[in-house]
Ligand binder design. Structure first.
Ligand SMILES: C[S@@+](CC[C@H](N)C(=O)[O-])C[C@H]1O[C@@H](n2cnc3c(N)ncnc32)[C@H](O)[C@@H]1O
Length: 242
């Protein structure tokens, strides 16, 4: 099984923007999500985007004039982010999300962990550690926002094969294999070269996080929490510091 870093570096990162429907379309979706969850954050404010990828949320925040620290372990995705953000107040750091405080000078108004990044952490103790660090790093009134997939009810049989994206030259399918507490995610890519199709498969492990467990853990950090539907079938948790 691949580590998260290997899976992104060798398999997902080269096709990630394609999988998301293109950078511009994804950034437009990110812009709508930011408008819904952080309507007032703009110039003079600051944010941290954990697992920023190619910048679906970082770029809209930067365009508002907000100073953004974008942390991701995948250099290829961060290079894409930086190509899209010339002149914006964005600092991109290749690093581990649990180390984000190392790159901060002071408290921040918002910490985002979007697109199922939380589920990439190795265990629930790491998720709790991230919540503790986030709660400490927010300014009063600041928000921690996470979106993630609810994998608590296992899919069975053919429903475990999920068509992700396809066009004339590439097909991406995801196969899920459930275990207690975790799910092994097999990302299967078929690519056409001339008249031949080639298959590449890589598998990595994600956590099965229950929304009520995430909400309760954030409440224990004295954050007030609301849970709501996010984009693309994800759960969104918005946790505010008093
Ligand atoms: C599913 S993508 C989400 C990207 C982006 N937040 C979005 O919503 O489009 C997860 C991202 O988190 C990064 N990532 C996963 N685990 C990480 C970790 N422990 N430290 C740093 N980055 C991590 C991956 O490299 C990837 O870019």
């Amino acid at each position: 099984m691949a580590t998260v870093d290997e899976h992104y570096r060798t398999h997902l990162a080269p096709v990630y923007a394609w999988m998301a429907g293109g950078v511009d379309a994804a950034v437009a979706r990110g812009e709508s999500e930011i408008a819904a969850i952080l309507p007032d954050l703009s110039a003079g404010g600051s944010a941290v985007d954990l697992g920023a990828g190619f910048g679906m949320h970082t770029i809209p925040l930067g365009r508002r004039g907000c100073a953004v620290l974008a942390v991701d372990s995948c250099s290829l995705l961060l290079e894409q982010l930086m190509r899209q953000s010339t002149g914006l107040p964005i600092k991109a750091v290749v690093g581990e999300i649990l180390s984000f405080r190392r790159y901060m000078d002071s408290g921040t108004d918002a910490i985002l962990c979007m697109g199922d990044t939380l589920a990439h952490l190795p265990d629930t103790a790491s998720v709790l550690e991230l919540f503790a660090l986030a709660a400490e790093s927010l300014r009063p009134g600041g928000k921690f926002i996470a979106t993630f997939r609810d994998y608590t009810s296992p899919l069975v049989g053919p429903a475990r094969f999920i068509p992700v994206k396809s066009d004339a030259d590439r097909i991406m399918t995801c196969f899920l294999e459930y275990a207690p507490g975790t799910v092994d995610v097999h990302d299967i890519i078929h690519e056409r070269t001339g008249s031949n199709w080639q298959q590449q498969v890589s598998v990595y492990r994600k956590l099965r996080l229950a929304p009520h467990w995430v909400a309760a853990a954030l409440q224990e950090r004295r954050l007030s929490v609301r849970t709501e539907p996010g984009l693309a079938g994800m759960v969104r948790v918005v946790a505010a510091k008093a």
